[in-house]
Design a protein around this ligand. Structure first.
Ligand SMILES: Cc1ncc(C[n+]2csc(CCOP(=O)(O)OP(=O)(O)O)c2C)c(N)n1
Ligand SMILES: [Mg+2]
Length: 280
């Protein structure tokens, strides 16, 4: 099973810029979508797909031996699509059909329409449970494939997340890595104003998971966390990734509570792309 490892650090950094570029252009062109949600997860998905973490085969997307990445915070679809295109699941120019009638690049990922999408998500709270199903199935089939699932911090308010955490902890699912994109914001306000999660790490540990907290924008820390996760035996792992909602675009970063689910207006796009600095 192929495992893309881009040894060249500069190449990995360029990929993060390309993915940020594509998130901005696809959502601005669509006139809708969630760029700020997608921008906070870029270093994590880039490392998953290009840092030698995920084993996948774009020629055989349903290979039973593949690792799975499930984006439970499905509104981050533009970020998922940008990395899937970069990985070669479909042509990069298709990104510009985002949310267009008939396009498989729906507003939220549809596993029945786009290769590389492991679960249809968007109704928050469900992806972690779907990931547990995969992890249990892989163990029953005695496969060494792994499952990675990303949830949002606002999403973590959903009760189903904690049922899933209880199950992952109780059943020692060491082939499962939970990633929490802790960008501090949900739809209209800061998570800590609505439903504080702290002490998040203690809670996850109490549910039986091994926990590591990182800077989710440090490619080194993200890579180290995935190395750590692979080595944990007998327990599911949680990576709490501290991130910035809208990372890389000052317009979004300075007011994350106002920009959820809003594309960058066309007249602000050039400045955003300049800040990202992709060579395209
Ligand atoms: C079950 C459910 N309730 C509400 C929504 C509407 N909704 C979409 S995104 C969002 C906020 C999510 O915040 P977070 O999980 O922190 O994701 P972020 O965009 O910050 O990465 C909400 C409430 C939904 N998609 N699903
Ligand atoms: Mg959030």
């Amino acid at each position: 099973m192929p495992q893309a490892r881009t040894e060249d650090r500069a190449k990995l950094e360029e990929l993060t810029r390309q993915i940020r570029h594509d998130i901005v252009t696809s959502t601005t062109k669509a006139g809708s979508g969630h760029p700020s949600t997608s921008l906070s997860m870029v270093e994590i998905v880039t490392t998953l797909y290009f840092g030698g973490v995920l084993r996948y085969d774009t020629e055989n997307p349903r290979d039973p031996d593949r690792d799975r990445f499930i984006l439970s915070k499905g509104h981050g679809a533009p970020g998922l699509y940008a990395v899937l295109a970069a990985a070669g699941y479909f042509p990069r120019e298709d990104l510009m059909t985002l949310r267009r009638l008939g396009s498989p690049l729906e507003g939220h990922p549809n596993m029945n329409r786009l290769a590389g999408v492991e679960a249809s998500t968007g109704s928050l709270g469900q992806g972690f449970s779907i990931a547990i199903g995969h992890a249990l199935g892989l163990k029953l089939d005695r496969k060494d494939a792994r499952v990675y699932v990303m949830i949002g911090d606002g999403e973590s308010e959903q009760g189903q997340i904690w049922e899933a955490a209880m199950h992952a902890g109780n059943h020692g699912l060491d082939n499962l890595t939970l990633i929490i994109d802790r960008n501090g914001y949900q739809q209209t306000a800061a998570v800590k104003e609505i439903q504080p999660l702290d002490p998040l790490e203690d809670k996850l540990r109490a549910f039986g998971l091994e926990v590591k907290t990182i800077d989710g924008h440090s490619l080194d820390e993200v890579a180290e966390a995935f190395d750590w996760a692979r080595k944990v035996e007998g327990k599911a792992q949680a990576i709490v990734a501290n991130t910035i909602k809208g990372k890389g675009v000052s317009l979004l970063e300075k007011d994350p509570g106002s920009w959820h689910g809003k594309p960058i207006p066309p007249d602000e796009e050039a400045k955003a792309l300049e800040e990202i600095g992709a060579s395209v």
